[in-house]
Design a protein around this ligand. Sequence first.
Ligand code: GLN
Length: 515
Amino acid sequence: MEIKDLTALELSKEIQSGHVSVQEALKSTLEEISKKEKNVHAYLNVWEKEALSRAKIVEKEIREGRLKGPLAGVPVAVKDNICTEGMETTCASRMLKGFRPPYQAEAVSRLLEAGAVIVGKTNMDEFAMGSTTETSAFGVTRNPWNPDHVPGGSSGGSCAAVAAGECYLALGSDTGGSIRQPASHCGVVGLKPTYGTVSRSGLIAYGSSLDQIGPVGKTVADCAAALEAVASWDRKDSTSLNRGPLGLLEELEAFDGSLHGMRIGVPKEFLSKGVQREVQQAVADAVEILTRRGAQIEFFSLELTDYAIPTYYIIASAEASSNLSRFDGVKYGYRAIEAEDLHKMYRMTRSKGFGEEVKRRIMLGSFVLSSGYYDAYYLKALKAKTLIKQAFDRAFERFDVILGPVAPTSAPKIGESLQDPLSMYLGDIYTVLSNLAALPAISVPALLDDAGLPVGIQLMSDCFQEKKLLRAAKAFEEERGELKAHAPKEEPSHGKVSQKAAKQDRSGLGEVTAK
Ligand code: GLN
């Protein structure tokens, strides 16, 4: 097997045993980047020079027995809203072009401590607002499975980089699905941990009460290793948790594959609606696979699902409007120097520095926080958030894990989504719930649709239950086998909900008309 085809954990073993050097691993990654990046555009910045000199140091430390962990020597990419000391961090926005943070994000410090070699910073939707990576100010990322399609978003660069073999692991951020949804669209694994597991220090804030950093990888075990490395209790983030060592890799290594005794619930609300046929198929396959592994599966009603989108978009926009007020042309990045007085400078800087989608969110957020509407919208959304959390509390009295889709459709074509932002928002229906309730959730590739695009399934568990979540995900992944083996059978899809039909109703709120 070629170096580029190894998983992060396999590569790590080869490196530890001396079969592969850190420089060889990095060179193979850089070769993939030079071959594919022209078409994919997963990276905003590739740190070739820095990575090569870092690889040398890491190699030495490994050979001297000082670096032993599973990430040592592994080429990793980092989403461009995660601060890297002295290295440009833009959030894919004109506003931060040229911004070199004077500090390192805690998650990046952890990666470096673990011996990872950072290859570069990945493209994303501007300030992580979007679902397609098309709102980046620096050009779209293309889906490695089909360049006419988006990779999903907002961590589209990170997921495309892993899918294209342009790195072994990547960090993304997930405020309402931005790790899991692009992972599903790119056929890779994406894990959003329990809120507070990874320090947000140095993650440029979007919706602070929802934001979490998490890993993207080729396999469930790779993601477990990466999460373990970056998770930390950190005084610089007052919402970070002291969970001690997570023990996720050990758990997976000891796992015998059996899900006997595990209760899995599938919310009816997630399926009875206008969801693309293959997405429904992916969930149906997962029900079968997990049952075969011994899990008990039951369909149930998850209350308040319909409130997820309005609640999320009110809270996320409110927090975004407050968080983004710091970008005023004074402290960071871009400044409209042509303005003749201070107020005009603020206004021009923000008008020119931010893209359309970001401005839309700032306006929406300022509106729901304004004195006349605060009670009617923001406060109500906070109450709805509490009720959604309680609905999950009740569900987790009955179930260990909840199974459902990641997104109503596979990756849309480039250019299709931006004309209709509202319908794009509705596509987040299945992912925002776990952010509102602070739950861990994972997206695992399940099959390829008629167009040959990947479709994933989503598993969620209660807070702190990542071990259960990963066991279920691993069992699914093992039974599924090669993703490519799940390509469509030559069978016409007449009368079924196609991607196009489902796309017109991204919410999944319309009924499935034909069976
Ligand atoms: N698509 C969602 C949004 O635009 C989620 C983004 C995210 O998780 N960062 O808000």
